[in-house]
Design a protein around this ligand. Structure first.
Ligand code: LRH
Ligand code: MN
Length: 388
């Protein structure tokens, strides 16, 4: 068992990065529901994210999505974030909403459109230079809907060419994180559909390129913790987009649909040294609070990730290794289930109190009146959303 003091130290070091877009309106093709008090500007999104850090103590950074968070002065935005007690984290490129990218962005048959897409990716590195961000996250909606629509191999050549250009633009302390997704919005091929494709591209790109595991981007039944264990072993896991799902890319709160899967994933993270700062894993949320209040939704999500991490840190590793060595199938499984069935909430409440935080972040935020204040203040203007 990770002794309690090093488990507490690891929990104190934990950092969950919040997605700016989780605070804006989101939905499905059927409906995007507005909510009172939703941010209208990147600054208001950052202010809301700072509330999550204020009550959980472990959400010190906010990921941006460009152009959803486009501003004239990114250095000023980073300064504003610091004033709010957080920092700007990962920069997400967006080459999936421009009409020109209907048949693909960096994989588009048209070289002019590929150049336009690459320009956006490079412009996102300029944003990173201004915000001091280390990571550029790349997710491509690129794919096809019908057999024969385009040449799969040629699209991989085009993708590789663009990724190399981005790699070459990155500064010394900057990385590119390649995110894969099985399908949607494309329904026949997706050019980066799975971890193997992302891993193969990242191997060729070298140390600056790593894979992002979005927990909602796999075929049903996929053993995600195996992918995590494999990529960690290769030091090619760059980060997570945490969320949960019952069916497809539902982007529900992490741990809500399958807390046991989240525990198994965090068990492989702990076992593989993924909590060590030197491994450089970015733990990010990528969620949409379509019907539930957004700030409490993010607080609950951070707590779900924290609880899964605490349970993983409490696995009796000596007993587990012994049972595995001895082929004691039931014994080994029982060791893991003991940790999973451990109620870690008292430990985490105690940790918060020791760090001057309210033991119950959800209740503390509800009592703060912040939600009512922003609902009263943020009247008029255009509520933020995906702009799709
Ligand atoms: C794609 C994705 C990607 C983001 C977007 C908001 O499904 O997971 O990480 O750019 O959601
Ligand atoms: Mn994602």
């Amino acid at each position: 068992m990770t002794d309690l003091s090093s488990a507490k130290a690891a929990l104190r070091r934990q950092a969950i990065e919040l997605p700016s877009w989780a605070f804006g309106n989101s939905g499905t093709r059927f409906k995007v529901f507005g909510q009172p008090g939703v941010p209208r500007t990147p600054e208001e999104k950052i202010a809301d994210a700072a509330q999550v850090h204020r009550y959980t103590g472990i959400a010190p950074s906010v990921a941006l999505h460009i152009p959803w968070d486009a501003v004239d002065d990114y250095a000023a935005l980073a300064e504003y974030a610091r004033e709010q007690g957080v920092r700007i984290g990962t920069v997400n490129a967006n080459v999936f909403q421009d009409d020109d990218f209907k048949l693909g962005s960096v994989t588009n048959p048209d070289p002019g459109i590929r150049a336009k897409a690459l320009d956006h990716l490079l412009a996102c590195v300029d944003v990173m230079d201004a915000t001091g961000s280390a990571d550029l996250k790349l997710w491509f909606a690129d794919g096809t809907n019908y057999p024969g629509q385009d040449d799969m191999r040629a699209r991989q050549d085009r993708l590789a060419e663009a990724l190399e250009a981005v790699r070459d633009r990155l500064g010394p302390d900057q990385r590119m994180l390649l995110e894969y997704k099985l399908f949607e919005p494309a329904f026949y091929t997706t050019d980066v559909p799975d971890w193997g494709t992302a891993y193969a591209h990242c191997l060729k790109l070298g140390d600056k390129a790593r894979v992002v595991v979005d927990t909602g981007h796999h075929a049903p039944g996929t053993n995600i913790e195996f992918i995590v264990a494999f990529l960690l072993r290769e030091h090619k896991l760059g980060g997570f987009d945490f969320n949960s799902r019952f069916y497809a890319d539902d982007d529900l709160m992490v741990g809500a649909a399958d807390p046991f899967q989240l525990f198994r994933i965090m068990h492989e993270v702990v076992r593989g040294g993924g909590l060590e700062p030197a491994e450089g894993i970015a733990f990010m949320l990528d969620q949409c609070h379509n019907i539930e209040p957004k700030i409490p939704g993010q607080i609950r999500s951070v707590l779900n990730a924290q609880e899964a991490t605490a349970k993983a840190l409490l696995v009796d590793t000596a007993a587990l290794s012994a049972a595995q060595r001895d082929g004691d199938v039931l014994g080994a499984n029982a060791v893991l289930m003991d940790a999973y069935n451990t109620d870690v909430r008292p430990l985490l409440a105690e940790l918060r109190e020791a760090d001057g935080l309210d033991p119950d972040p959800m209740a503390a935020f509800a009592r703060s009146g912040y939600q009512e204040a922003i609902a009263a203040e943020r009247v008029g203007g255009q509520q933020a959303g995906w702009g799709a």
